[in-house]
Design a protein around this ligand. Structure first.
Ligand SMILES: [Ca+2]
Ligand SMILES: [Ca+2]
Length: 620
């Protein structure tokens, strides 16, 4: 395959100039497991030249002009003979090269699976950040004149606040101090959207869920360069990165929405039709086709056109982009937004493609559902259903609801910690519940400190469950410094700036001196538990055994051959006396227990746990 290979497709008429021609993906690699690639060419003018690729080891199999003549696809095979280098896509007219676009083939990174693309597992502690709201490390990028939304205003909760990737990078020591091992950032990809008018207020897409160009990291976050630098710096400190994927939709200012390549690039309706936001029709054995279509193909919002993943060009575009990001930046895990709104066959295809290239990678999907059955349906499960999803894990909403009820409700037959107990019983439905991401709050939910009525003991109980139950625990930025708020009147209320992230801030809660005594108490509690957890095989990968809650007291064990840890939650308003003989099957061979927070030791089978308190005890 050393000889030059040509593939030509002839059209007539006008040429386009190269600066007006874009190629997606913007580059690729030699030596990928899947040797095929579909290049999408986007020209500002109709493509009328013939297109050819002339590069040793690269075969152009098929070149197709799309419905919209601004676009063509080139299906190529990158053979094992291809070497890294710059390939020219030539636009030929009257046998002369009229125009050319460069496309670079890189060598693959040898550190995949070692220091990058490692996967995020139950051994990790994830910290979720909304980049616009965390820290402003570069004020020169706060407003980019060429972009549609020209506002940066910290006094307006709907506007951008100027936070960026440099700001995150300058706090890597803060994350390691807290015991965090992985960051999940809400989307960093370009959102060049104008301000939208929603309910009378002008809103920006500071949240990042309205992509306008998949191949650019938003310049207000620092662009591709700052993202690469951040992720490299994280990897060199042993921290992992989770990227937020959005397969379901793009922003209305995405180039493919402004100039659609095909009439069915987006799911089409006679008039604007919003999704029902219902997951149930996707698994309901009695579902109507009408409801299924509405759930899956209705648009998320008027400003977020719904991608038609049944269109193979759309599907290839999304799959290749996910692989591109993973290889280029070294992504360790993907959190997939609005999972059940995407086409199910497409979802299995993209997961397969990612795992084929990167076997260590982690992928979990956002499945905002009410029951364990619904949650398990969208990932690998033990349910006998005609369609099987292949997703590793989900954002575990049923466990989230159960932890909140467990800590807030009074004890009852099906209330309080009995809800938590009963929810975990249903883990029989998951193939591997340890791969679920578990959480007490996130950027779409009321902050946990407000949910527990600003009760520090309840917060400690909830955090203890988060760090000692099965799954990949995820903290939301600011929980450690008691950031609070409900989503009322807007979810922007739970996305406030981290105090100290801006040079002009009068307090700096990144340092112990800047935190109040109460804040330091919670910060240090999380830190202590997180550090203990890091070295605890029982709490990270050990088995779970739970006992039926009795009189408001819930007890479970995490254990393996090396270690046994007991977690005791007394959710009552008064102290509870514990007779540990009930737990004898897990206590055999041990003589005492050490409280891993206070260091106190227990030598008796009869002891008392204070009101509204959770203990973590390592058996000795
Ligand atoms: Ca900035
Ligand atoms: Ca959809």
């Amino acid at each position: 395959m050393k000889k030059l290979l040509f593939s030509l497709l002839f059209f007539t008429a006008l040429a386009a100039s190269s600066q007006n021609i874009k190629v997606y993906p913007s580059n690729w690699w030699v030596g990928m497991k899947n040797p095929t690639l579909q290049l999408l060419i986007h020209s500002q003018a109709d493509i009328t030249d013939s297109i050819a690729i002339n590069y040793p080891g690269v075969i152009a199999n098929k070149i197709l002009l799309l419905e919209n003549k601004h676009y063509a696809t080139i299906d190529i095979t990158i053979t094992p003979d291809a070497k890294p280098g710059i390939l020219q896509i030539q636009f030929i007219k009257k046998k002369k090269v009229n125009n050319r676009v460069s496309f670079e083939l890189f060598a693959k990174n040898n550190d995949n699976g070692k220091t990058r693309v490692r996967g995020v597992r139950s051994e990790d502690l994830v910290y979720l950040i909304m980049p616009d709201r965390f820290s402003n490390g570069d004020t020169t990028n706060d407003i980019i004149k060429s972009m549609r939304d020209g506002v940066c205003d910290r006094g307006n909760m709907y506007a951008r606040h100027g936070g960026d990737l440099k700001g995150i990078e300058s706090h890597l020591d803060y994350f390691t101090e807290l015991g965090v091992t992985s960051l999940w950032l809400t989307p960093v990809i370009e959102n060049d959207m104008p301000l939208t008018d929603e309910g009378g207020t002008k809103r920006s897409t500071y949240h990042g869920y309205a992509f306008t160009d998949h191949y650019n990291i938003d310049k207000r976050f620092g662009g591709n360069k700052a993202y690469k630098e951040l992720v490299d710096a994280m990897h060199s400190k042993g921290l992992k990165i989770i990227q937020d994927a959005v397969y379901n939709h793009v922003g209305a200012s995405h180039w493919s929405a402004i100039d659609p390549p095909m009439h069915d690039w987006f799911n089409q309706w006679p008039t604007y039709t919003q999704t029902s936001y219902k997951d149930q029709p996707m698994l309901d054995p009695y579902a109507s086709a009408f409801d299924k279509k509405l759930s899956n193909k209705g648009w998320f919002t008027r400003f977020m056109p719904d991608l038609n993943q049944e269109n193979p060009v759309v599907s290839n575009f999304l799959i290749q982009h996910a692989i591109w990001c993973t290889e280029l930046f070294g992504i360790d895990g993907w959190r997939v937004d609005t999972y059940f709104y995407s086409n199910p066959e497409f979802l299995n295809r993209i997961n397969n493609a990612l795992l084929t290239e990167f076997p260590s990678l982690t992928v979990f999907g956002e499945a905002w559902v009410q029951t364990v059955t619904n949650s398990a349906y969208f990932c690998e499960n033990n349910i006998d259903v005609p369609f099987k999803h292949n997703l590793q894990g989900v954002t575990d909403f049923p466990l989230y609801f159960a932890m909140l009820d467990g800590v807030n409700q009074s004890f009852g037959w099906a209330e309080g910690v009995n809800k938590l107990y009963a929810t975990l019983v249903q883990d029989i439905l998951y193939k591997d519940p340890y791969r679920n991401a578990i959480f007490l709050d996130n950027h779409d939910l009321d902050r946990i400190y407000s949910v527990v009525g600003e009760d520090d003991n309840k917060l400690k109980t909830a955090i203890t469950w988060l760090l000692t139950l099965r799954g990949i625990p995820q903290l939301y930025y600011g929980t450690e410094i008691l950031m609070k708020n409900f989503k009322n009147p807007s979810d922007a209320k739970v996305r406030e700036d981290f105090p100290g992230g801006w040079k002009t801030d009068t307090v700096n809660k990144f340092t112990a001196a800047g935190r109040t005594e109460k804040e330091n108490d919670i910060f240090n509690y999380i830190k202590k538990l997180a550090y203990y957890r890091k070295s605890s095989s029982a709490l990270t990968t050990g088995k779970l055994m739970q006992f039926v809650p009795a009189d408001g007291v819930y007890v479970y064990f995490r254990y393996d051959d090396k270690q046994t840890v007991a977690v005791l939650s007394n959710t009552n308003k008064q102290a509870a006396s514990i007779d540990a003989t009930r737990f004898e099957e897990r206590l055999a061979g041990f003589e005492s227990a050490r409280n891993i927070i206070t260091g106190e030791e227990i030598h008796s089978m009869l002891f008392s746990v204070p009101a509204n308190t959770t203990w973590v005890l390592e058996l000795q």
